[in-house]
Design a protein around this ligand. Structure first.
Ligand code: GCV
Length: 833
């Protein structure tokens, strides 16, 4: 009984509402038993021997963490305390201040050493490193151990980062908007300058430092040249200052045309001496103001950005002219490998955007300076739901490289869907490119280990925003956490990372941990199942918001995200024998696996091969039946997530519980939209019915256009698969209604109302049964479109309604602004279905 009361008390400790702002750094109170254990073994004092701001942050964080988790405030001491203490400092400072501890170790930059030493009969816990940043990382590592319930007495542990480069990019525009950001406006910029209040930048620096991330580019790679203007430098200085105490260095994304547009030269030709000296002078001035600037990121000759092709020069010429200006200051130039022709001729079966990175960069291997890093998206297209590892990773032997992973969920439901990306990233990072004898996984190639390159590593496109929880979805934070942990140690398993994140973010209650892990670890496969299985890529509106479903949006345009689905079959033929030759860009062992239908993995089949719908997968199913089944499985699994999440009520704070419940409920509705749209599209294209008889049949569904309409008018929806029956009803006047007479059996029912929530207004809805008002709501979500389509499609679930034959069911819609209170259908489902 006592134990039971104890558990309840512990749960209550953490149940106050949490905003998510502290993410995994909540330092929440430990349960009493563990806290007591740590209290009895941990020293009561701390002494810090390095005086830099970063080392001071380390000490402050240590105090904050111990106070939060154990309710104890460490006493700050100087000199070598006569009692047991935690000692912080760089190894050289510690050795100088306390030679009697005899600390000796070879430590790489940013790595740390947690150890135990003694002198004069007193034992000390030592957190040390080669540099102050490493000390800070050591403190975070130490606190993480306590939060996870791991032993910290008698420590002897060395940690070193797997790769020197662990950066994030933020695609923030100077006006405060964020390209592909889903967590609110920029923490850095507003109205073309640094925000007045940069406190969130400091908080973000703390999150980044806790993962060992050491640099952040603070503006969009579609760069505004203004970021390099002389009178803009003070803005950059302010952001650098906000990050500096956390050891996070600022980097800038630059526009290659700047010598001309900003500098007033008549050229930006990289081989012109005037241009080289313009870059040099500019970089010198920047470093005078920001001496620890980490470097530049450059997107050139891509998606309308200017580049070296204007002058017939190579990417190496372009990269080197900028890199040479940075080199004397130790700065790095990240040159993006995301170069492709977005006006490609789709009628030519040999054209293939997938080939572009390799075709552009492999011939230049060895031509880049040593402070240039080619930054390569993890797959050959663009962060699709499933892609093979980019062949370019295996093709650069004499060039530094970094893998670009996208943390912001551009093609992954834009934070409105929960998708934990670590399992996907693990597959790419662990994929053996067979680039030489022995194992050559992507992680080793980008870290520079395989070909002994001087630098390289991991870049994550993060795009946090001002939303309290950074991404607009509490669960999405796990992707930043996972990116950082993998950049530090890509050998960590997805399970371990999810487990750590969940415990740090939601506490160690076993049921909570098990439930959240189970949702997170299956979420990628689930999302893939309903948005683009078998390597079709995310079947979204690729020329628009990249959010809702639109099966054909990627076809018949120059962007090259083609999947070639027609009435006979689907898939891009990328083989050497019959297709674009893409498979030949891999080293022979990999190429052979991908070239052959027999050995090609099912999940990449349609990315690499064009096959008929009746083609049999390794699983024994036909392609078409797999497509149907996967979409039902995906949508059902999300419904299951809601049930799983509901089992956590009372185990986590109400605020985050309710936020995630609302998010998952929305996601479940959207998964059905995807399911129906994709399945109906393939049914119409292939003419092959679903063997299980589900596709195109929706028991209990009543189309709005077939209801009795007052004021509402019927509209065709584009693309047709985005709305049930290809049609919706919209309200052109102030108030409209759609009704029907219920003729089914008497009983308890759930009514689902599928309506459209456009961005340009907040319309209101009312549901009435037999004239009685049952529910009312507003369409006030933050969805990315003005149009009536799959992106604005939303669902209201109204359970517990008693229906009798003859009841009139009526929806009233009150439009607002441009939003037309549009309806797609209602579903009347027996309770529990
Ligand atoms: C910053 C995709 C995205 C763009 C992004 C681009 C890139 O095309 O949709 O928003 O631009 O990738 O990575 O440069």
């Amino acid at each position: 009984m006592l134990r039971y009361l104890f558990l309840i008390a512990n749960l209550l400790v953490v149940l106050h509402a949490e905003s998510g702002a502290d993410a995994w750094l909540r330092h929440a109170p430990l349960d009493e038993a563990s806290a007591r254990q740590y209290r009895s073994s941990l020293p009561a004092a701390v002494a810090t021997y390095t005086a830099t701001p970063v080392a001071q942050s380390a000490q402050r964080e240590l105090l904050r963490g111990i106070r939060g988790m154990l309710g104890r405030t460490l006493r700050i001491q100087s000199g070598l305390p006569a009692e047991s203490a935690i000692l912080l400092g760089t190894l050289s400072d510690l050795k100088q201040a306390a030679p009697q501890l005899r600390l000796e170790a070879a430590l790489p930059l940013d790595g740390y050493w947690l150890t135990t030493a003694s002198a004069g009969g007193v034992s000390y816990t030592v957190i040390t490193a080669a540099n102050d940043r490493g000390v800070l990382y050591g403190v975070f590592g130490f606190l993480r151990k306590i939060a996870l319930g791991e032993p910290v007495a008698a420590l002897h542990e060395k940690q070193s980062p797997y790769a020197p480069v662990r950066w994030v990019n933020e695609w923030n525009n100077l006006d405060g908007s964020i390209e592909r950001g889903y967590g609110g406006r920029s923490i850095f910029w507003d109205k073309l300058q640094a925000r007045e209040d940069l406190s969130r930048v400091g908080e973000y620096g703390r999150l980044l430092a806790s993962l060992g991330i050491s640099a952040c580019s603070i503006n969009n790679v579609n760069a505004n040249p203004r970021v390099l203007a002389a009178d803009f430098i003070p803005q950059v200085v302010r952001i650098a200052e906000a990050f500096r105490p956390w050891g996070v260095r600022v980097a800038l994304a630059v526009d290659f045309g700047s010598p001309k547009t900003l500098g007033g030269l008549d050229t930006f030709d990289p081989l012109d001496a005037k241009v080289a000296s313009w870059w040099k002078d500019l970089v010198d001035a920047l470093y005078t103001a920001v001496p620890d600037l980490a470097g530049f990121v450059l997107k050139a000759d891509s998606e309308g950005r200017v580049g070296p092709s204007t002058y017939g020069r190579t990417h190496a010429d372009a990269a080197n002219v900028v890199a040479r200006a940075l080199a004397p200051h130790g700065g790095l130039l990240f040159y993006r490998g995301f170069v492709y022709d977005h006006h490609a001729d789709w009628t030519n079966p040999k054209n293939d955007r997938g080939r572009a990175a390799y075709d552009n960069f492999q011939p230049l291997d060895g031509k880049f300076d040593d402070n240039v890093i080619v930054q390569i998206k993890h797959g050959p297209i663009d962060f699709q739901v499933r892609e093979p590892a980019s062949p370019l990773f295996g093709a650069l032997e004499k060039t530094n490289q970094a893998v670009e992973l996208q943390i912001t969920q551009e093609y992954f439901g834009q934070s409105r869907h929960s998708v934990f990306l670590v399992p996907m990233w693990k597959e790419v990072l662990d994929f053996d490119m067979h680039a030489r004898q022995g194992a050559t996984p992507v992680k080793a190639l980008v870290a520079g280990k395989t070909f002994r390159r001087p630098t390289g590593g991991f870049v994550g496109v993060s795009n946090v925003g001002l939303d309290e929880n950074w991404y607009g979805n509490h669960l999405s934070q796990a992707n930043l956490y996972g990116f950082g942990r993998l950049a530090w140690d890509p050998d960590l398993s997805a399970q371990r990372i999810s487990d750590e994140w969940t415990k740090l973010t939601f506490g160690s209650d076993p049921k909570t941990v098990e439930t959240i892990n189970s949702i997170q670890l299956t979420s990628w496969r689930t999302y893939e199942n309903y948005t683009g299985p078998l390597g079709l890529q995310t079947l979204t509106d690729i020329v628009g918001n990249h959010y809702g479903v639109s099966v054909e949006a990627s076809e018949r345009n120059g962007w090259g995200q083609w999947h070639n689905a027609d009435d006979k079959g689907a898939g891009m033929e990328r083989t050497v024998a019959k297709g674009t030759g893409y498979t030949g860009q891999y080293r022979p062992i990999v190429a052979k696996v991908y070239e052959s239908l027999e050995s090609c993995p099912d999940e990449l089949l349609l990315f690499l091969h064009h096959v008929p719908y009746t083609y049999k997968l390794h699983s024994g199913k036909t392609v078409i039946q797999h497509l149907y089944d996967a979409h039902y499985e995906g949508a059902d699994t999300v419904e299951g997530y809601i049930r799983q999440w509901k089992s956590l009520k009372g185990r986590i704070d109400d605020r985050r519980y309710n936020d995630v419940l609302a998010q998952l409920t929305y996601q479940a509705g959207q998964a059905q939209v995807w399911r129906d749209a994709v399945n109906n599209w393939f049914l119409r294209a292939s003419g092959i019915p679903d063997a299980k008889g589900r596709v195109g049949r929706h028991p209990g569904r009543f189309e709005a256009e077939s209801m009795k309409l007052e004021g509402y008018t019927v509209r065709d929806v584009t693309p047709w698969e985005a709305a049930s029956g290809g049609k919706a009803v919209a309200c052109p006047v102030a108030k409209c209604s759609a009704g029907l007479r219920y003729e089914g059996a008497a009983g308890w029912y759930t009514i689902n109302v599928r309506y459209f929530d456009q961005i340009d207004g907040v319309s209101r809805f009312r549901l009435l049964v037999g004239g009685q008002l049952i529910d009312e709501w507003t369409a006030a979500d933050r969805l990315p479109t003005r149009r009536i389509d799959s992106s604005s499609s939303a669902r209201r679930v109204v359970p517990g309604i008693a229906l009798r034959p003859g009841d009139e069911i009526r929806i009233e819609g009150m439009r607002d602004g441009g939003e037309t209170a549009a309806l797609d259908y209602i579903e009347i489902l027996p309770e529990g279905k």
